[in-house]
Design a protein around this ligand. Sequence first.
Ligand code: NAD
Ligand code: ZN
Ligand code: ZN
Length: 332
Amino acid sequence: MTAPGSAELVEVRAPDPGPGQVRLDVLAAGVCHSDLAVLDGGAAATWTLPFTLGHETCGRVAELGEGVEGLAVGEQVVVHAPYGCGDCPRCATGRTNYCDRRASLPAAGLGLGLDGGMAEAMVVDATRVVSAEGLDPVAAATLTDAGLTSFHAVQGSREALAEPDALAVVIGVGGLGHLAIGLLRGLGTTVVAVDTREEALVLARECGADVAVLPAGARGVVPARGADVVFDFAGAQSSLDLAVALLRTAGDLVVVGSGGGSLTVSKPGVLPSGAAVRVPFWGSRPELEAVVGVARGGSLTPRTTTYPLADADRAFAQLRAGRLLGRAVLVP
Ligand code: NAD
Ligand code: ZN
Ligand code: ZN
């Protein structure tokens, strides 16, 4: 990203790994809806430009910096990219996504203010890489945000999902949402999927959703008591309003999407009694290890469309136009 609204493919020198770092040859880099928000301004307004986009990366270790142990040249890995200060209690346990200094950090992650994976090579701290041997690199890349964020969102609602005959609603079946459906089905939860695009509803059923409907049909397929958990992967005003309307008493509303909608919390108010609202962000390093494990077990199958790195603009345009199913992944 070179300027607000502008991403260009440029030649830069391959970076050298410093002490404790590794250089990766990038194998695959996912395209997230957040990349569009970054390109359009938003959070990027406070970040130093230029930087390389790409916060969803799978690569092969190409060079070890001084003092790096436990990694071998040639190993296939994925990158835990949420940025943290590195020494608060959250960072010390791999929860850089919830760093205590988040509000004052110069970037949100690698690819989000710091150099990321939409490149041929990338340098990362060795503590950020997680082995992904044996996985398809394109699928593996999607695990690092679409998979990890969905996993973390679902994990946070395990108690609500443990209700007898728990029902979850997933609104927004894109890069994140289609993986959330797979994770929920893996837990045995009944899933109602909602999207504004018919083709996303077809994908939702393929991922295991019990029912998949347009927003107008959602109230008709959720029992009157409501859903134990509603995951909103759009975060638009219309999706938030629908999410609230579908929520059961003491249910969880999990807002993952950053579509600009807002919700007024008051008592009494629009939320049912006992409701909990969460706004999860990304996920921890141990959770990335766990989601890689789930994928290795074969129960999580990302739907991907690959583009050459040189065609990144086309991938961004397709995502913006709502023409993608699942995740777009750039391959250098
Ligand atoms: P995507 O474009 O791949 O998927 C979004 C899906 O939502 C699409 O299928 C679209 O048709 C559907 N949709 C849009 N508006 C809708 C509405 N009003 N009702 C129902 N469905 C609707 O995007 P993605 O990459 O999966 O990202 C989803 C959202 O999550 C984005 O806002 C992104 O910025 C955000 N995000 C948040 C985190 C986090 O940590 N909280 C991490 C990654 C992405
Ligand atoms: Zn993202
Ligand atoms: Zn920290």
